[in-house]
Every structure is written in C-alpha cells, then in structure tokens.
Design a protein around this ligand. Structure first.
Ligand SMILES: *[C@@H]1O[C@H](CO)[C@@H](O)[C@H](O)[C@H]1NC(C)=O
Ligand SMILES: *[C@@H]1O[C@H](CO)[C@@H](O)[C@H](O)[C@H]1NC(C)=O
Length: 482
C-alpha cells in the first residue's frame, strides 16, 4: 500500500508568525557577535570595539570575525560553517529577503574579511583565536577581555583539513554572493578559496591531532575531514563550474570511507554529509549516471526526519520539536529545516517525491514539516515561548552570553575583570542587554525550558543555530501559506 502524505495535515499552530520580523532579527543577531572594530553602521549599539590586537603578538592582523556563542573565543571551524550557511541562504533566497539581503551580505562580509586575513600567509590557516579554557573561566565582556588571545594555526607540518576546507567552502559560497554586487571582492574570495582548498587537500590531517586540547573538546571534529573536503570542492564547483571540482566531488563520494557513508543523515558544523547530497541533488535531479551518488542518500536523510516515515531516527518532543544527539538542540531544527526547504525546491523542479518505504512525501510535505519547526521556535509550543530573543511576548531572559549578561560599556564604563562578572551571572534579573535575534539551544525533550544561565545547553545562542535559520525565515516570509 502506498500512503500519500498530502498537502495538508491539521496542525496545532497558534497565531501566524511575523516571519519578516524574525528574519530581520535573525540577521541582526550577528552584529551582537562581532569581534573587532565596529563600523559606524553598527545597529546593536550596546556592543563596542573589542579584541583589536588579535594576531599582533605574531605580526598578523587577525582582527574581526565573530565570537562563536556566549564566550569570546573565535572558533574558525564553526564560524566558517555559519558563513557558508549564510551564503547559501542568500544564494537561494535573496529575492525573498528584500532589503534584508543587504544586511545578510554585510553579515557574510564581516566573516569573509576576517577569513581573508586568517588565510593570508600561504601554507598557514588560522584555526582559532583565544585560549578556550582561560576564556571560559572568566565572565567578562568582550570589550574588557584580558585572557590570552593566542592565535592557533594549522600548517603543512601540522595540518587541519576540516577547518581549512570549511573556510574554502565559506569563501567559495560567499564569492557567489558578491559576484553581482562586488565582482572584484568576489574574485578575491574565489582565488583564495581555491588556494585554501588545495592546501587542505594536499596536506591532509585533522586539527584534532595538530591542535589537540585547544580544539577538543570544544569543536572537536568527530565526523572526519573527508566531508569538509568534498563540501569545499562542491562549493568550488558551484562557483567555478569546472570539471576539476566536479570530478573531485564525484570521485571522492564514490571512494569515500564507510564512516562517510554512515553519516548520510548528519548536517551541522561537524558533518556536512546531508548538505553535500542536497546541494548536488540539484545537478542530478533529472537522473543520469551520477544521480545514484546523491539522490538516494538525500532521500534517506529526509526519511530519518519525517514523523510518519518508517525509517525515522530523530526523536520528537510531545510539542513536535525534533531532537538529535549533541548539545544546542535547536541547531538541528534550524539546519535540517534549511536542507528540507532547499531539497523541496529542487525536487519540485522535476516533480519528484521522496519514498520512505511505503510512505510517499511530496515536496510540500517537507516544507510543511520545516514550518512546524520554525513555528515551534517562534512560539507555537506548549510553553507559548519564543526561542528567539526579542521576538514575541515571551522569550529567554537569562541567556548564557557574557556580553548580554553584563552591563554595557555605556552604562558601566569601568573595566569589569575576569571574576567581576560572577554577581551578574548569578543574578536572578533578566540580562540587561537584549541580544536581539539570538536563538538559544532550546527546550528539553519534554518541551521544558529553565531560562537559566547555568544551563548553557538550553540558554546559549550560537552563530550556527542562527545562520541556516536566516534562509528558512526568508523562505517563509515569502511563502506565508506553506
Ligand atoms: C577527533 O577527536 C575525537 C575525540 O578524541 C575523535 O573521536 C575523532 O575521531 C577525531 N577525529 C579525527 C578526524 O581524527
Ligand atoms: C507530478 O507528479 C504527480 C505524482 O507524483 C502527478 O500526479 C502529477 O501529474 C505530476 N505533475 C506534473 C506536472 O508532471
């Protein structure tokens, strides 16, 4: 029996959400994470200049980029993934973004300007700035930061293929974003993407081994670096349309290890596998010799998610939010929702459906499911709570975020040292600075949320939760009746 899951299922969705407002805020969030010298156009004005000497101790300018989450370290591996996802969001949905596309491009450029600095020396890629243990021991505003700003790099002798190839992916995808609006900049990004990819591919190894306890357990690369190399080549193919990168992707997917194949359902800062299959499905949707390398795995990925799929492997809260292992659960809801709406778009071009054993899912079903996750995040959930800071009537007040928790420089110009932040961390009061647009780690699997700074898996925002959500919100902004 073939069960067709049709266009409409009755959903318990409350009032309609303002996707346009949520989109603007999701992009604004990135201004709160900015490191370096802030421009006059800075809209999140409680933040000021910080980390203005990053790299100066070794004679390299590493000023700029983003703080990753609620701390003040610049972790380039997840930062690059967030940048790639912002770029992909703009590439698919810039029309839907309207005037927000300019802000999104600004958010991308804040990262790519920094990545150009982090890759300016041939044979060296900076992987991180800041000493994570020392940073995490302090509850300090970025503007006051006085922990070591050590710059860690990978090289030919001590390689880091995952961080280098992800930076190549970020630069290549961003070059497409700027191709029309700033061709010279786009060319700079693409040229650098190619050389950084060659470095990543030629000198193979994981930054786990090269940098050790500086990256593990923080952004330890569990999924291996094969996926980042293929992902980097996939974006370089998009940007160059040359057979060199096409062949690289095809040959490496064919020859990939069993751990690569086993990760077909994963997508996030660590594993790019499902993203590769969805990205390349666009080129092989009509069928042909290469389609079997990407389409079956993209379909299988979808089937691990849909609640009605016999092969689903994700879990659901009673309120309908998806759960996968790993901290910051909403990173899965936003990143996987992004892949679903993009895959639905590509499927639609060829009027294709996804078959999960006896269940057939039409593209519209993928979109409808993604909408259920978006609406949950924006407040259609048992607590009636939005998990985006500054959106809706009820949202997280005590996020795990140093800058948001401590008084702003304007209110309290005097330096607050490493331990001076403790009373603010322990305070029962809401954070004084609203980090507008930040999406936090989210509720537990029983739909409960403690709104506590201590519970960082729930209350900490990260750039890679927000970045794919930018594309998702742009889509729903222009497709209200999905
Ligand atoms: C990175 O380190 C983690 C933890 O030690 C390990 O599980 C993982 O396999 C390593 N990844 C690579 C690519 O070596
Ligand atoms: C699309 O596919 C469905 C079945 O999956 C079919 O009923 C419909 O006619 C097709 N539409 C087009 C335009 O081919």
């Amino acid at each position: 029996m073939v069960l067709v899951v049709g266009v409409m299922m009755v959903m318990n969705v409350g009032s309609a959400h303002d996707y346009a407002e949520a989109l603007s805020k999701s992009i604004l969030f990135f201004e709160g994470q900015r490191s370096g010298k802030l421009p006059p156009t800075q809209r999140m004005t409680w933040r000021k200049d910080s980390a203005l000497h990053d790299g100066s101790d070794i004679g390299v300018d590493l000023v700029g980029g983003y703080y990753d989450a609620g701390d003040n370290v610049k972790f380039n591996f997840p930062m690059a993934f967030s940048t790639t996802m912002l770029a992909w969001s703009v590439l698919e949905y810039s029309k839907a973004m309207g005037p927000e596309a300019d802000h999104a491009r600004e958010a991308i450029r804040w990262a790519t300007d920094y990545f150009l600095k982090a890759t300016s020396r041939p044979g060296v890629v900076f992987a991180q700035v800041g000493e994570p243990y020392k940073d995490h021991n302090c509850w300090e505003r970025p503007e006051d930061m006085d922990t070591p700003r050590t710059a860690y790099s990978v090289s030919r002798q001590l390689p880091g293929s995952e961080v280098s190839a992800e930076i190549a992916a970020a630069l290549a995808s961003s070059s497409l974003v700027f191709r029309q609006v700033d061709p010279a900049y786009a060319k700079t990004l693409l040229d650098r993407a190619k050389s950084v990819f060659e470095f990543a591919n030629t000198y193979r190894g994981s930054y786990n081994t090269s940098l050790g306890r500086i990256v593990c357990p923080f952004y330890c690369n569990f999924g291996g670096y094969e996926d980042e190399l293929i992902w980097g080549a996939a974006w370089l193919f998009q940007a160059t349309k040359t057979s060199y990168y096409w062949d690289y992707v095809v040959q490496n997917v064919r020859g990939s290890s069993s751990s690569y194949a086993a990760n077909f359902a994963e997508f996030g800062w660590d594993s790019k596998n499902a993203g590769i299959n969805v990205l390349f499905s666009k080129f092989v949707m009509k069928g042909g010799p290469y389609s079997s390398l990407f389409l079956p795995n993209a379909d299988r990925f979808v089937c691990t998610i849909l609640p009605e799929s016999p092969t689903k492997s994700v879990k659901y809260s009673p309120g309908g939010l998806m759960f996968k292992p790993g901290g910051s659960n909403l990173q899965h809801a936003t990143a996987l929702s992004y892949l679903l709406i993009v895959y639905a778009k590509y499927l639609n071009h060829e009027n294709r459906t996804v078959q999960c054993d006896n269940v057939v899912a039409r593209p519209q079903r993928l979109i409808q499911f993604a909408k259920s996750q978006v609406d949950y995040i924006l407040g259609s959930n048992p607590l009636g709570m939005s998990y985006m800071v500054g959106y809706g009537n009820k949202f997280p007040q005590k996020i795990h975020h140093r800058g948001s928790t401590l008084p702003s420089i304007k209110k309290h110009p005097k330096k607050l040292g490493c331990q001076d932040g403790k009373p603010y961390f322990d305070s029962k009061s809401p954070n004084p600075n609203v980090l507008t647009g930040a999406i936090v780690g989210g509720p537990d699997i029983k739909d409960q949320y403690s709104d506590s700074r201590l519970d960082f898996t729930q209350s900490e925002p990260t750039t890679y939760i927000n970045a794919p959500f930018v594309g998702v919100l742009a889509y729903f902004k222009s497709h209200h009746k999905a």
